[in-house]
Design a protein around this ligand. Structure first.
Ligand code: GLU
Length: 422
């Protein structure tokens, strides 16, 4: 492998995840054995499985479940449906889940899964059959004490309900804690649906106050209008901020005087996209990254802020709702130009935090009010933000590296305390 230079970009998301890890491992002076343990996933499952399509044909799909590290507890992480998903992406996403759970101090290791599929090409019945068969294929790995899936890109509470039902049918009794992000009527948690966004807003609020910025005066650009992006836009607007741009996979819309996220959500419900919303100028996803705004929220896919466009990012704060939106080279550029990056493993950890609350509630069969969920979420996010900020100041590093220092240390300590079996 070629030697890294500061501006050389790793080529795959897993190479990026490993680069981020290496930076922290070097600063922690991690012993070589520990470093090798944490640098690669512990288990990887690839499944090729048939699904009957509505017209009677059979199509074989490929899916994955990767378990990165089990040292701190059962595994946790979402399931993503995407046509370009690769095993390498899932490895990166699983590793990021390990660090995310460690930053927030949740008693979990990191995992991730997914199916290579464009769900927009399938009917609801086909997605249900695909989900039930995929759940069966990965049932050899998942379980309430073993590995607990959740929603991610292109998956949702209904899909979690089908996974829960499928595993419960195999068991012969209901197993609510097998997944999180379920609908509330079958054991989901209050507040889970908007938890990723609420957690991000909590972290952004703390960051803004550190920079003496008033949330209500900020102009926000949000890339992606799924669960995270749409709720971030809605919650920030409710706090008085101005949403100047939003987008989805087909493109975006910009209005320097502010957009109404609720009206845009309604528009998307009718036309399937935000990109043709009439009350603004049409822009591309690439334009959105470089817009004149105060806060940029990448809330879609990875690798969107790179060495190529980072010098043109004008936002004062980048708050990462997506996983892996910024490459290591872009991180350095943003840091040098004074942009504060709130890294994914901190900024979007609200989702898995309320997943943890849902899992605890499911195991105890004792349910909390939305107010209690939100208060506990604020507590966890506030604590994580200040712990990361402290490390950033102490070590003179940016927030991503600080978050990694905290997380990698915690996981390395857990591995060391448990010892190497046998
Ligand atoms: N998919 C979300 C994430 O990337 C949530 C994972 C979970 O709740 O387990 O953090």
């Amino acid at each position: 492998m070629a030697l890294a230079t500061p501006i050389e970009e790793p080529r795959t998301s897993f190479a990026i995840a490993q680069r981020q890890f290496d930076i922290a491992a070097d600063l922690l002076d991690l012993a070589p054995g520990l470093r090798s343990i944490l640098r690669s996933p512990q288990r990887e499952l690839t499944v090729n499985f048939p699904v009957k399509l509505d017209d009677g044909r059979i199509r074989v799909f490929t899916g994955y479940r990767v378990q990165h590290n089990l040292a701190r507890g059962p595994l946790k992480g979402g399931i993503r449906y995407h046509p370009e998903l690769s095993l390498d992406d899932v490895r990166a996403l699983a590793m990021w889940m390990t660090w995310k759970c460690a930053v927030t101090n949740l008693p979990y290791g990191g995992a991730k899964g997914g199916v290579v599929v464009d769900p927009k090409q399938l009917s609801a019945h086909e997605i249900e059959r695909l989900t039930r068969r995929f759940a069966t294929e990965i049932s050899i790995l998942i379980g309430p004490e073993r590995d607990v899936p959740a929603p991610d890109v292109n998956t949702n509470p209904q899909i979690m309900a089908w996974i829960m039902d499928t595993i419960s049918m195999h068991q012969g009794y209901t197993v609510p804690a097998i997944v999180t992000g379920k609908p509330i009527n079958i054991g989901g948690s209050e507040g889970r649906n908007e938890a990723t966004a609420r957690g991000l807003v909590a972290v952004l609020t703390q960051a803004a106050s550190q920079l003496d910025l008033e949330l209500s005066r900020l102009r926000i650009a949000v890339q992606g209008f799924g669960n995270a992006g749409a709720n971030v836009a809605r919650l920030l607007q409710a706090r008085g901020a101005s949403i100047v741009a939003v987008s989805d996979s087909r493109g975006g819309v910009y209005n320097p005087h502010g957009l109404d996220p609720v009206a845009i959500l309604d528009h998307k419900g009718h036309t399937g996209t935000v990109s043709d919303y009439p009350e603004g100028e049409q822009i591309s996803n690439a334009d959105l990254i470089e817009l004149d705004c105060d806060v940029l929220v990448p809330a879609a896919l990875g690798d969107v802020i790179t060495a190529a466009n980072a010098p043109r990012v004008r936002a004062r704060i980048v708050a990462e709702a997506a996983n892996g939106p910024t490459t290591p080279a872009a991180d350095d550029i943003l840091y040098d130009q004074g942009t504060l990056v709130l890294p994914d493993i901190l900024a979007n950890a609200g989702g898995v935090t309320v997943s943890y609350f849902e899992w605890v509630q499911g195991l105890q069969e004792f349910f909390w009010s939305e107010q209690e969920v939100n208060a506990q979420l604020e507590r966890v996010m506030g604590h994580a933000f200040h712990s990361v900020l402290r490390v950033a100041h102490e070590r003179g590093v940016h927030m991503r590296t600080a978050a990694y220092l905290l997380a990698v240390r915690r996981v390395a300590d857990a591995v060391t305390t448990r010892g190497i079996y046998p």
